[in-house]
Design a protein around this ligand. Sequence first.
Ligand code: ZN
Length: 310
Amino acid sequence: MSHPLALAVDFGGTKVEAALVDDRGTLMPGSRHRRPTGPTATSAELEAAVHEVVDAAYAAVPRGAALRGVGIGAAGPIDVEHARVSPLNVIAWRDFPLGASVAGRLRDVPVTLRVDGLCITLAEQWVGAGRGVDNLLGMVVSTGIGGGLVLGGRAVPSPTGNGGHIGHIEVGGFDDPCACGGSGCLEAVASGPRTVSWARSQGFTGETGEDLALAHAAGDPIAVAAVHRAGTAIGRAVASAANLLDLDVVAIGGGFSRVSPALFEHARAALAERSGFPFVARVRIVPSGLSDEGPLIGAAALVHRPELLI
Ligand SMILES: [Zn+2]
């Protein structure tokens, strides 16, 4: 007997992907499709890219198989009530009705849209590093820093759908300006590009996170200092979140999270400084347990694990 399927969509600032995912969190081979998005694409080009991957994944549904629904994880901010998206780095879309646009391709299939940071967290809780954890913060440290929250075993209530956005928590000791209007936001301090930018301001000549990783591995003192700075900021932000929310686990993924294991060591050290509060210092900061399929698995969780959504 075949497992029921979800059609999962992950829409981000550089690409959109779709795939079929079963109720064990497994991608169906051959069903995954990808198209570029990007900051210069027009609204019509973006919508065509979404429709192409959705149609291609739908065409892979085996005859007689049950398609339970469509789950969409989208770069934020979103408007969860109307399934509209306004991704910060996708300028052509402001209040774009992505949910309705996808629903129009598939007759009589329910569509659920949430912010990508929450989807990642649901995936960690389902099949990743937060499996079975009731109080979990999922984080993506990459070009930006996103996140999502599961509290009490459920997605955190969020009237606009944007709760859990740890990237725009302001971190003590830093005042780097942020695109959101804040200063010292975690994303402005510890994202890949901003960490590289800080290193360059100190004399580093590399240009990418990969350059920084190689320099760190070779013991370059500026790269070591840059990873120390980013990791410390992450640990302080986690400590603030843990004070507010009483977390069990923080699972961190994303390309820049793999710059060096030292990033995690510095984050844990910053958290451990809160020794006066054992409930904060107890929080476990762990690497993501997901592959690059994580965002699609999380989008599928919106369909297969609706009990997690409030
Ligand atoms: Zn910000």
